[in-house]
Design a protein around this ligand. Structure first.
Ligand SMILES: [Mg+2]
Length: 253
């Protein structure tokens, strides 16, 4: 599987250090030119389409609110084993919030420039093994997690109270829920193991990352095996944010 440009044998190729950025929303590629060393990688999700328009292929991400949030609730519940704490959590969300906002297409594949798709996890693992890929930026909603949205005002401890579970059990349940089941949880753990101690930055357009829920993100990332979190940021203009972050500005103009 060829994911990246490789050097021909004998060729000496200077490769400058780069960061890989993964996001399900093509709109977050806006102003990518400000950070020429942070490569945008488009993660597939519902609403990502390519249209032939006047003979020209154009790629789009449709707004999530144009789709029916609760369309996949049954599939969401089916992701979790009978009797598991993750199922207990999913049922709680379904009952109290009304919907899991689950996207079965999210966070599994990367769409390449030629519109072919490859495994998201393998794409990251391949990059992680390259010495010149020195870090990663991930979007959260429908990129790392398969749901859209987090519960901003609710901390890990609060979830524990609601579910009547200890912190450890709560973390496990949330880690499996947000991953979208045991199988994808393992894929994420293998992916983060491959990333090892290379720095990881999370940039989300959801305010939840700044609220009480922030410690849910932190706990879940730790449970997924993410070793070196360099920051959890809220942003409506992701490349502009990267350009001013201390850990990423070196990759930008
Ligand atoms: Mg997203």
């Amino acid at each position: 599987m060829s994911l990246l440009v490789t050097s021909a044998p004998g060729e000496t190729k200077s490769t400058s250090n780069m960061v890989y950025f993964y996001d399900n929303d093509l709109k977050n590629k806006t102003n990518a030119n400000v950070c020429p060393h942070i490569q945008f990688n488009w993660v597939d999700a519902s609403g990502n389409i390519t249209r032939d328009y006047d003979g020209v292929k154009r790629q789009y991400t449709l707004a999530w609110n144009e789709s029916n949030f609760s369309k996949h609730d049954y599939e969401c519940i089916e992701l979790f084993e009978h009797g598991s704490n993750a199922l207990k959590f999913a049922n709680y969300i379904k009952r109290v919030v009304g919907s899991c906002a689950y996207d079965p297409r999210a966070g599994k594949q990367v769409i390449r420039a030629d519109n072919t798709k490859v495994s998201f996890y393998e794409h990251v693992k391949h990059a992680a093994a390259l010495p010149h890929i020195t870090g990663f930026v991930f979007d959260w909603d429908r990129t790392l997690q398969v749901m859209e949205g987090m519960f901003g005002p609710i901390s890990l401890e609060k979830w524990g109270q609601y579910l009547q579970m200890g912190v450890e059990e709560t973390t496990e349940a949330l880690s499996e829920y947000h991953a979208g089941g045991k199988e994808r949880l393992q894929e994420l753990r293998d992916m983060f193991e491959a990333i090892g101690d290379k720095p990881v930055v999370i940039i989300s357009a959801s305010k939840a990352i700044t609220l009480a829920a922030r410690n849910v993100y932190e706990a879940v990332l730790k449970s997924w095996g993410c070793q070196n979190v360099q920051g959890l940021h809220y942003s409506q203009g992701k490349y502009e944010t990267m350009a001013v972050l201390e850990s990423l500005s070196q990759y930008c103009n």
